[in-house]
Design a protein around this ligand. Structure first.
Ligand SMILES: Nc1ncnc2c1ncn2[C@@H]1O[C@H](COP(=O)(O)OP(=O)(O)O)[C@@H](O)[C@H]1O
Ligand SMILES: Nc1ccn([C@@H]2O[C@H](COP(=O)(O)O)[C@@H](O)[C@H]2O)c(=O)n1
Length: 207
């Protein structure tokens, strides 16, 4: 089994890179775990209280559940990945059954901040895009897909997102084996990673 961690600031293109890697791999050989699924259950809070949560701080993530799920997958057991709603700022109550695969990709802004999770990764990747580029992408995406407006995204960016990025996310770049620049679409880097993954898969088939 090969476990790959893909980190980087919001809007850097993690999901896009993951989709590009996965697109060329056999569906039954890869699964994806998103850190977003592991935002803490906040059902005990009202919507007004949930909106105020700092979603860019490591304390917002249920790392205990994420670690236990990764351990289960490593032991060849399926897990129930929570489904998260960015509109409700909460888990939906539904889960997605995720089966263990030869390649497990874990992606999220804060996954390299957690020492135990870092140790589980065979390859650690940090996706980098400039902060102005990330803000532009985040604005467009959150308004189009996550039910937000301009003021909400900018306020969140200034109050939590930018300071948390500088304090917690950017420093984890030093743990990365590979840094992918994504100010533009980086097909070369994605090809390199695909080659590494395919080589590992071919070796595991021979054993
Ligand atoms: N290299 C790129 N160039 C331009 N736009 C991109 C690039 N990578 C991603 N995007 C766009 O930016 C937005 C955020 O990308 P996404 O992959 O969701 O980032 P992340 O998962 O890191 O938050 C999406 O709308 C995506 O289509
Ligand atoms: N209810 C929430 C939960 C998280 N966020 C933001 O999502 C970002 C992480 O997701 P990416 O896909 O962008 O990596 C993070 O920066 C949180 O601020 C949110 O807006 N609402």
């Amino acid at each position: 089994m090969l476990i790959i961690g893909i980190a980087g600031g919001t809007g850097c293109g993690k999901t896009t890179v993951v989709d590009q890697i996965v697109a060329e791999l056999p569906a039954d050989e890869v699964c994806v775990i998103s850190q977003d699924s592991y935002y803490k259950d906040t059902s005990h809070l009202s919507y007004e209280e949930r909106v105020k949560i700092n979603f860019d701080h490591p304390n917002s993530i249920d790392f205990d559940l994420l670690v236990s799920h990764l351990e289960e997958l490593r032991n060849n057991k399926p897990i129930e990945q929570p489904v998260y709603s960015f509109v409700e700022h909460n888990r939906t109550g539904e889960t997605k059954t995720t089966h263990p695969r030869k390649v497990i990709i874990v992606e999220g802004i804060l996954i390299l901040t957690h020492p135990e999770i870092r140790d589980l990764f065979d390859i650690k990747i940090f996706v980098h895009a400039d902060s102005d580029e990330r803000l532009i992408r985040r604005l467009k995406r959150d308004i189009a897909e996550r039910g937000r407006d301009l003021d909400e995204v900018l306020a969140r960016y200034q109050t939590t997102l930018k300071p948390m990025h500088n304090q917690f996310i950017e420093p984890t770049k030093e743990f990365a084996d590979i840094i992918i620049p994504t100010n533009r679409y980086n097909t070369v880097a994605v090809d390199v990673i695909r080659t590494i993954v395919n080589e590992k898969l071919a070796n595991s088939r021979e054993i």
